[in-house]
Design a binder for this molecule. Sequence first.
Ligand code: HEC
Length: 218
Amino acid sequence: MNNTMSKKLYIFLSTIVASVMMSSCVSRGNNAGWEYAPDMYYSKGYEPYSQVDSNKINPYGMNMREPVPGTIAIGKLDYQFGLENNGDGYEASIDLKAPTNLSYSDGQGKHLFEIYCVVCHGKLGNNDGEVFKKVPTLKPGAWKAYTDTYIRELPQGKIYHTLTYGKNNMGSHASVLTPSERWKVIDYVKQLSRQVVPSAPQMDIPPSSEANKTTLTN
Ligand code: HEC
């Protein structure tokens, strides 16, 4: 083998070795790549949500145990929602009643509404939020605003079902609103539905809710 040949072979082999080395450093998928001092990244103690090695004591090798079947954690009773995420569950939710032991006048309903709902339904529930303005096809077809008879007469339980599971283009809010917070927001929705709408014909307000008319200011 002459000198140029062995030089070429040397370059060829070192290119292969270098590319293998470099690609093994890359982290992708479940491969974290080469790590320097892994103890700095991985806790030696058990972490509930992460585990490097399978836990040898708990079932399924998990660090955090599943709750015992049929038990409810302390303080989480109201998270139990027996109704299913389907039409039957929605209809059955009519019987749900708002808890009476909540403070509805603490302004939390309005506060949460302005965080989670205005983007679509608008500040006063007129369905003129930024999302609905940009994508009008997302808007509910059957009713224009919370002041429509539909929302005014909608049973609170049905709204609770909608907030819990979502409905058509509206997603579930169960992960961002606790059950108590959902009831407070529903109370605020009902307040908005009773607001006096100057432009709306008087007939729009059914006699049953005349007594409850509310004037809301921004
Ligand atoms: C991404 C936009 C979006 C957001 C955010 C949103 N909604 Fe909706 N909402 C909708 C749409 C669309 C509908 C119509 C669903 C349908 O097709 O009946 C709806 C329906 C409703 C209804 C009628 C429910 C029923 O049972 O018919 C109520 C009440 C309501 N929303 C309240 C809220 C409240 C309160 C929040 C905040 C916690 C909220 N929405 C957040 C889009 C949204």
